[in-house]
Design a protein around this ligand. Structure first.
Ligand code: PRP
Ligand code: URA
Length: 211
């Protein structure tokens, strides 16, 4: 597994505002999207492209275009949905699939409650979006799901992660082609397995409580 921790003062600045418990919901949503766009630049460094020839008004030249099948972006509902627009802003022709997962707060195990993905992901390059990598259970299950469907390259993008979560993804990845991009690596988990210092419950801060 390749781990990339974004280091950029603008990312750290925006994360600082996102973490602040006083930041209102509309600002939280806007910053989540903006942070995703900044992380997408790093996360797509190895997006597959192929050479192509075009005519400029002056001459013929070669460039590159995205390879088919196009990249598949997979936000993990709910909180990952807050990152989707930020990602497709940078890769507007990407296809989008959905995985609905919720962490059982008693057992900490992920429960998959929705799935809308192509039946075969053979040869697909996938980009999974989830703002929070806490124990890593949810993201590890999502990555396994995509590889089981035939994906051969998965990049996961999270705003915040923990050392425990990173190790869980490293273990789930094994020798497969996985890249993990984080906006920041936090200290760890508290007794409720929330990220410390973290930002609280990302889904609730984006969309309100779902109770
Ligand atoms: C959050 C978050 C991750 C998961 C992280 O989702 O968006 O999917 O928890 O925890 P883990 O690394 O310990 O598995 P949650 O289950 O709260 O669902 P939500 O997005 O619907 O709020
Ligand atoms: N899910 C969240 O939304 N936040 C955490 O800190 C951990 C899991």
């Amino acid at each position: 597994m390749r781990l990339v921790i974004a280091e950029h003062p603008l990312i750290t600045h925006k994360l600082t505002v996102l973490r602040d418990a006083k930041t209102p919901q509309p600002t939280f949503r806007m910053l989540t999207e903006e942070l995703m766009t900044l992380l997408a630049y790093e996360a797509t460094r190895e997006v597959r492209v192929e050479p192509c020839t075009i005519e400029t008004p002056v001459a013929s030249t070669t460039g590159v275009q995205l390879t088919h099948p196009l990249p598949l972006v997979v936000p993990i509902l709910r909180a990952g949905l807050g990152m989707l627009e930020g990602m497709v802003k940078l890769v507007p022709t990407a296809e989008v699939g959905f995985l609905g997962m919720v962490r059982d707060e008693e057992t900490l195990q992920p429960v998959t409650y929705a799935e809308r993905l192509p039946d075969s992901l053979s040869g697909r390059q996938c980009f999974v979006l989830d703002p929070m990598l806490a124990t890593g259970g949810s993201l590890a299950a999502a990555i396994k799901f995509l590889f089981d469907r035939g994906a051969d390259d998965v990049t996961a993008i999270c705003l915040l992660g923990t050392p425990e979560g990173v190790e869980a993804i490293r273990e789930a990845a094994g020798d497969r082609h996985v890249t993990l991009v984080l906006g920041a690596l936090d200290e760890g988990l508290n007794e409720q397995s929330y990220i410390v210092p973290g930002l609280g419950d990302a889904g609730d801060r984006l969309y309100g409580t779902a109770d």
